[in-house]
Design a protein around this ligand. Structure first.
Ligand SMILES: NC(=O)c1ccc[n+]([C@@H]2O[C@H](COP(=O)([O-])OP(=O)(O)OC[C@H]3O[C@@H](n4cnc5c(N)ncnc54)[C@H](O)[C@@H]3O)[C@@H](O)[C@H]2O)c1
Length: 261
């Protein structure tokens, strides 16, 4: 679609890589400005450079989404540098066991791993909704996009906190923040829940009904659509982009019909 974000400002978390980076890049290509927030300072610097070198207006904020002072600083950077905060995309996140390299069955994995999963995937998104809403309330407009996952719908024995965060928790956060936003003005909140996305090659192994994983650009175009006036009537809902994985009722079952075999 033909998006025009001139004069608009996006802030994405987890923006040093993957979909967070791509949404900032595309937003700048469509005339807007971007604040990239990430815990990985070195990768963040490179990500910002790659946008500014091609003429985009972007700044980076080193930020841990689990630390509320970092979160407010990131949101204020958007307003103080570019004048507004129009779009927040809560991209930082991931499966705790994969990211922290934890192996074993649920009861054998140290509890701290699950703390990380809840803190980054749920608390971090809530913190950013809270801090961004303070600015959006003053502006009386804005769009917040939270990240869910198909894993939130179907569960995962190897990513219990991730699954818990990305399911009813994200639905509750999104509907509640949408209700708050509607009270303050034209402020929308939507959750996008992808299935496998090829930000990592391994995601190609996760089955979908259609037989392929999404390219990150497809999900990012949805973010841009939701951020644009074309989506002005969409709020308080979750958009599932999973290649039909949720309709594959046999995906976990082997020949004897037992789970996982
Ligand atoms: N890739 C997929 O297949 C897929 C599927 C469903 C949902 N998702 C969700 O989409 C989002 C983006 O996925 P992706 O594959 O583009 O991500 P990615 O792994 O490429 O990037 C995640 C970024 O988050 C940053 N990050 C991690 N912890 C942080 C913290 N405490 N504070 C700030 N930044 C932190 C990392 O440094 C990294 O740059 C995630 O929330 C993920 O759970 C991804």
């Amino acid at each position: 679609m033909d998006f025009n974000f001139s004069g608009k400002v996006i802030l994405a978390t987890g923006a040093a890589s993957g979909m967070g980076f791509l949404v900032c890049k595309r937003f700048c290509e469509c005339g807007g400005s971007a604040v990239l927030a990430d815990i990985n300072g070195e990768a963040l610097e490179k990500a910002v450079e790659s946008i500014t070198e091609s003429g985009g207006k972007a700044v980076g904020v080193k930020c841990d989404v689990r630390v509320y002072e970092d979160v407010t600083r990131a949101c204020e950077t958007a307003r103080d540098t570019f004048g507004t905060l129009d779009v927040l995309v809560n991209t930082a996140g991931g499966a705790e066991t994969r990211i922290l390299g934890a192996k074993g069955d649920f009861p054998d994995v140290p509890i701290e791993v699950y703390d990380w999963g809840i803190d980054v995937n749920l608390k971090g998104q809530l913190y950013f909704c809270h801090a961004a809403m303070k600015i959006m309330r003053e502006q009386k407009e804005g769009v917040i996009i939270n990240l869910g996952s198909i894993t939130g719908l179907e569960g995962s024995p190897s990513a219990v906190a991730y699954s818990a965060s990305k399911s009813a928790a994200m639905n509750g956060l999104t509907t509640s923040v949408a209700q708050v936003g509607a009270k303050f003005g034209d402020i929308r909140c939507v959750c996008v829940a992808p299935g496998p996305v090829l930000t990592r090659a391994a995601m190609a192994n996760m089955k979908t009904a259609l037989g392929y994983a999404a390219e990150p650009e497809e999900i990012v175009e949805m973010f841009l659509y939701l951020a644009s006036p074309f989506a002005r009537s969409i709020t308080g809902t979750t958009i599932l982009m999973d290649g039909g994985r949720h309709i594959m009722f046999d995906k976990f079952h082997g020949e004897n019909g037992k789970y996982g075999q």
